[in-house]
Design a protein around this ligand. Structure first.
Ligand code: 5GP
Length: 201
């Protein structure tokens, strides 16, 4: 395959519905994959090693950092999260589009190393809606929910640094917007150079 894939950095506060929006897109597009991150966080009920995350001990995670095995990493709510380098680079070389579902600090690091990546941020319609969603999800104890809400406020201030924003007030609309964003990104002139040359030669 001659064309490398595109990198999409996909962020939004915990509980905003990132997975619900992106899931159907990935199912419908064989050429797009979600990068499986490494984390020191404990698995939640129903999470499987290698599917949602690679669940690592602190020593294993630190070894990955030292060996340059991560494209980026960050601390979030007391745990480490990072993007495995080899997997992402392999997928891109194979021509696959890769989505990184990562928090803001990591996203800003990717912006420096992959300036051509497409940056998408998902916002809730209001802070109160996010508060309700995160509390009702029941996957974290109240103290952690509180910590995640504080982080969310901080993260949402960075939405301006992204290329596109999706407001998740209606999941079908949000999914349609994601599809449109990917299409628009692919149609950017800078991503069409080879085709333009081929047609005009
Ligand atoms: P959760 O614990 O809810 O699965 O994830 C917490 C946050 O960490 C989310 O905002 C998620 O997008 C982010 N995250 C997941 N994987 C990575 C990663 O590899 N790098 C960074 N920087 N953030 C990540």
């Amino acid at each position: 395959m001659s064309k490398t894939g595109m990198l999409y950095v996909y962020s939004g506060p915990s509980g905003v519905g990132k997975g619900t929006i992106l899931g159907p897109y990935l199912k419908a597009h064989e050429n797009a994959v979600l990068s499986v991150s490494a984390t020191t966080r404990a698995p939640r009920p129903g999470e499987t090693e290698g599917v949602e995350y690679h669940f690592l001990g602190m020593n294993q995670f630190e070894a990955l950092i030292e060996n340059g095995g991560l494209l980026e990493y960050a601390q979030y709510s007391g745990n480490y999260y990072g993007t495995p380098r080899a997997e992402v680079e392999k997928h891109l070389m194979e021509g696959l589009d890769v989505f990184l579902e990562i928090e803001v600090q990591g996203a800003m690091k990717i912006k420096k190393t992959f300036p051509d990546a497409v940056f998408i941020f998902v916002l809730p319609p209001s802070f109160e809606v996010l508060q309700r969603r995160l509390t009702n999800r029941g996957t974290e104890p109240p103290a952690i929910v509180e910590m995640r809400l504080n982080t969310a406020r901080e993260e949402m201030r960075h939405a301006m640094e992204y290329d596109y924003v999706i407001i998740n007030d209606n999941v079908e609309k949000a999914r349609a917007e994601l599809s449109c964003i990917v299409t628009a990104a692919k149609c950017q002139t800078k991503n069409m150079k080879k085709l333009i040359q081929k047609v005009s030669d």
